[in-house]
Design a protein around this ligand. Structure first.
Ligand SMILES: [Mg+2]
Ligand SMILES: [Zn+2]
Length: 220
């Protein structure tokens, strides 16, 4: 049996929720009520993300500012080390995000990690306007998620694999419910507490590495 680790991007691989902060910063808080409606369960993720783009697209930011914003994002402590750990222990990694490729890909690129498997929401940028293409959305299967992590885990876990999920947010609940071992913090940890679903609390990826070492008695 092998571990297959599915990792959320925003607020998990990065210190902050890049997508949320992007719209908060550039749409100057105008998208905030939309996000609150999503977080309260009043609207689905696709409607939320599309509306955030629509609001932003009225006054798209200059390309240079967008680039600087993306460049300024910090990666969570221990993430690099965790990727190395997985590689040397034959642990498969897949990044699952409902967030957008236009910031996820450059951040991974800057880390020299563009080879990692990522399933995110592609975007088509024209005249600075962000047009998301919700290619992973399937209303019949999961109307709430833009890229249902539970469904992706079902599809991508092969027979001898043990699915693990690491996340922090509202869009992670189905992923956490599907995985056999969950690392959670923030909103996701609150959700799992509320629904009495077992999880391991973590602060950063050093905690995750230590837990993996403990579980499998893995050593360098
Ligand atoms: Mg997140
Ligand atoms: Zn879902």
């Amino acid at each position: 049996m092998k571990y297959h680790v599915f990792i959320d991007f925003d607020g998990t691989i990065t210190e902050k929720d890049v997508g949320y902060d992007f719209f908060k910063h550039f749409a100057k808080g105008m998208a905030e009520p939309v996000v609150q409606r999503y977080r309260n369960g009043e609207i689905g993720a696709v409607e939320c993300l599309q509306k955030e783009c629509d609001i932003y697209n009225e006054y798209p930011a200059p390309a240079r500012e967008v680039k600087d914003f993306i460049r300024s994002q910090k990666v969570s402590a221990g993430f690099r080390e965790f990727v190395d750990f997985c590689q040397s222990h034959d642990v498969r990694l897949t990044i699952l995000s409902a967030g957008f490729d236009f910031y996820i890909n450059p951040i991974l690129n800057d880390l020299g990690l563009s080879h990692l498997d990522v399933l995110s929401t592609p975007t088509f940028i024209k005249h600075g306007r962000i047009n998301p293409e919700f290619i992973h959305f399937d209303e019949a299967i999961c109307p709430g998620c833009a890229n249902c992590k539970g469904e992706r885990i079902k599809e991508l876990t092969v027979a001898d694999e043990f699915p693990v999920f690491i996340g922090d947010g509202h869009s992670d609940s189905h992923g956490a419910e599907q995985a056999k071992l969950v690392f959670a913090k923030s909103f996701l940890a609150e959700y799992l507490e509320k629904h009495k679903i077992e999880y391991i609390y973590y602060n950063d990826f050093f905690d995750v590495i230590n837990e993996f070492r403990r579980l499998r008695k893995m050593t360098d």
